[in-house]
Unconditional design. Structure first.
Length: 365
């Protein structure tokens, strides 16, 4: 009997249960507890970062980064048109204006040349998104940012473990933001993380996420703060997952290699490509399909073989709150949405499962 194929389900086991039980037994289940600081240290050490601050989500990590940099009304932030909406919503939270740019058709990431053309006197920051775990061209993006005195907030939500020229994604910009949602490479159930070379800014964010409460033990709040902390239970889960991270990454990359090998030479499938010097996490392997069927029809055909898939994200400029910002040319983003498909990559799958997916794809014209 064939095993169930999973798209992006989390991989949890006995180690996670043990850590969760330890957190429960300690009585520290909320935002106080030793696992939080341990998890922050573990992430910082893994990434080679000076410090890491845990948050409620990857979205809150981007929001807090923008807030800490003082970005607000009248400021513009350059974002990709093709991304999950959580990359862009925080720009609206702080009252700034998102400026959308199209993506590169091969890597599916922000096109640096289009970033250049979108800069105005009001531009304050760029949010490059390492789309589906594939690193952006950080050399060119950082060069542009430095030339125009712009902040860079990396959305590395999907790219933990990915590298660009031997450095981890998230370590190039002023801030790097990660997500540990249930479908990410490692999970804390929810939760996120911020890293930066600027320890003072991170200390201030740490202060802000606890309702800007002073350290004396009294309920005195000198600033408007946020309730954006990670819980001890979530961090306990994250620490267990960190023990498996390298194995998860090995599997993700092996799955991607199988897809590419098995579907090589089939003109109807084209894969997302890496920039030179990049090493993707391949969080979700994706293809564009150029056969006779449209993507919904292809999904229905695969569903008959119990193969789950997901469409590539719809361009953000299509959503009602963002339609008024749809003022550019986003042809590549729309093409990738119309033809793009995310393939099964949960680490619960086996290599044989991925081969089964490939066999099903080979039978579709």
């Amino acid at each position: 009997m064939c095993s169930e194929i999973r798209l992006d389900a989390p991989n949890l086991g006995e180690l996670e249960k043990r850590n969760l039980n330890n957190a429960i037994d300690s009585g520290y289940v909320s935002t106080a507890g030793p696992f939080v600081s341990e998890f922050e240290l573990r992430i910082a050490g893994y990434l080679g970062a000076k410090k890491a601050i845990s948050t409620q989500s990857g979205t809150s990590a981007i929001h807090l980064s923008l807030y800490e940099l003082g970005i607000g009304k009248g400021d513009e932030v350059i974002v990709p048109a093709l991304t999950f909406v959580a990359s862009v919503n925080p720009v609206m939270y702080v009252g700034a204006t998102p400026v959308f740019v199209d993506v590169d058709i091969d890597t599916w990431n922000m096109d640096p040349e289009k970033i250049k053309k979108s800069i105005t006197k009001n531009t304050k920051a760029i949010i490059p998104v390492h789309f589906y775990g594939n690193p952006c061209d950080m050399d060119k993006i950082m060069e542009i940012a430095e030339a125009h005195d712009l902040y860079v907030i990396e959305d590395a939500a999907e790219s933990l473990g990915a590298k660009y020229k031997l450095a981890h994604t998230g370590t190039f910009g002023d801030f790097g933001c990660f997500s540990f949602n249930g479908n990410k490479i490692i999970t804390t159930g929810g939760g996120g993380m911020i890293i930066s070379r600027d320890g003072k800014r991170l200390d201030h964010i740490k202060f802000l996420i606890n309702q800007a409460r002073n350290k004396s033990g009294e309920y005195y709040h000198s600033e408007i703060g946020f309730n954006n902390r990670m819980t001890n239970v979530e961090a306990a889960l994250g620490l267990a997952q960190m023990e498996k991270l390298e194995d998860f990454l090995r599997k993700k990359r092996a799955f991607s290699a199988i897809y590419r090998k098995e579907l090589k030479g089939m003109k109807q499938f084209r894969f997302q490509e890496e920039y030179k010097g990049a090493e993707s996490s391949w969080w979700l392997p994706c293809v564009t399909f150029h056969g006779k069927r449209n993507i919904p029809a292809l999904q229905e055909e695969l569903k008959k073989s119990k193969i789950p898939t997901r469409r590539v994200f719809m361009p953000v400029v299509e959503f009602p709150p963002y339609k008024k910002y749809n003022i550019g040319n986003y042809d590549n983003s729309y093409q990738l949405y119309e033809k793009g498909l995310c393939l099964p990559a949960s680490t619960l799958n086996s290599e044989d499962d991925i081969c089964r997916v490939c066999e099903a794809l080979k039978g579709i014209d």
